[in-house]
Design a protein around this ligand. Structure first.
Ligand SMILES: Cc1cc2nc3c(=O)[nH]c(=O)nc-3n(C[C@H](O)[C@H](O)[C@H](O)COP(=O)(O)O)c2cc1C
Length: 243
């Protein structure tokens, strides 16, 4: 019998001579999500960076799950955020980012949970991409709840910062129908890898996280789980045993 996953693969295939699978689009989402009423933290960023070249970073990259209870600076956070959500260049009405995205539609939203960031209160923040700013979604320590929502993985609370990527499904579905789900997951992989590489380049530890209770994470973020839903997470912190 065909499994759910196999059915999904089959029904979202491109086939010659057949139209791509269409779907009912729930809404026409904004290009950029914004918490217009939220207090905003502008992120500092310096273009120039130091550290090893790309080949050195790739070979050093590994999943790190044990962290020291040390803070990272706001500038370090800004570099991490830049690696996944920064605008690389503006061209022909498109704002191209640091990560590739199918159709340059960028369905993924970036949230962070700050545990230990110098000068940034504990809480959940949302990246407003056009101004490279963090909007405060929920102030206060939510690390215990997020740890539970990540199947009890202790690195969620230990890490200096947790990245959470949701998808605004219709941003991609408008163009690609149900095939959008494939692209959303692929986009998320690029986010995760850029975060790994940026963290490694700054001698920080990183581990991406797919094991999570979707509904619980969605509730922490205050998203409905249908139009916008959690896809993937990643933790970054000062590694306990060096790199
Ligand atoms: C999609 C995905 C989901 C993952 N989820 C988790 C997770 O929930 N918890 C965890 O400890 N590691 C998780 N990892 C990290 C993998 O366990 C790790 O990449 C793998 O063991 C290979 O080790 P390396 O990253 O050090 O090369 C995930 C990795 C990927 C790509």
């Amino acid at each position: 019998m065909e499994t759910l996953g196999e059915k999904f693969q089959r029904e979202t295939k491109y086939r010659r001579g057949k139209k791509p699978p269409s779907s009912r689009v729930l809404s026409y989402p904004e290009e950029f999500k914004r918490y217009a009423q939220a207090p905003v933290v502008r992120l500092p960023f310096l273009q120039e960076g130091t550290g090893p070249g790309v080949w050195g970073v790739m070979i050093q990259r590994r999943s790190i799950r044990d962290f020291l209870p040390e803070e990272i600076s706001l500038e370090t956070l800004a570099r991490l955020v830049w690696s996944v959500g920064g605008i690389r260049e503006r061209q022909g009405g498109f704002l191209f980012r640091m990560v590739p995205s199918a159709g340059a539609l960028y369905p993924l939203e970036t949230y962070i949970m700050a545990n230990r960031v110098k000068g940034l209160g504990k809480g959940v923040y949302h990246l407003y991409v056009p101004t490279f700013s963090l909007e405060i979604v929920a102030a206060g320590d939510r690390s215990e709840a997020l740890t539970r929502a990540a199947l009890g993985q202790g690195m969620i609370s230990q890490a200096a910062v947790v990245f959470l990527w949701t998808a605004v499904i219709d941003r991609c579905r408008l163009k690609y129908g149900e095939r959008a789900f494939r692209y959303i997951y692929l986009d998320a992989g690029h986010m995760g890898q850029n975060l790994y590489l940026a963290a490694t380049a700054m001698e920080l530890g990183c581990c991406t996280v797919g094991a999570l209770f979707d509904d619980e994470v969605n509730e922490i973020l205050g998203v409905d789980g249908r139009e916008e839903t959690i896809i993937y997470m990643g933790v970054v912190g000062v590694p306990a045993s060096g790199r």
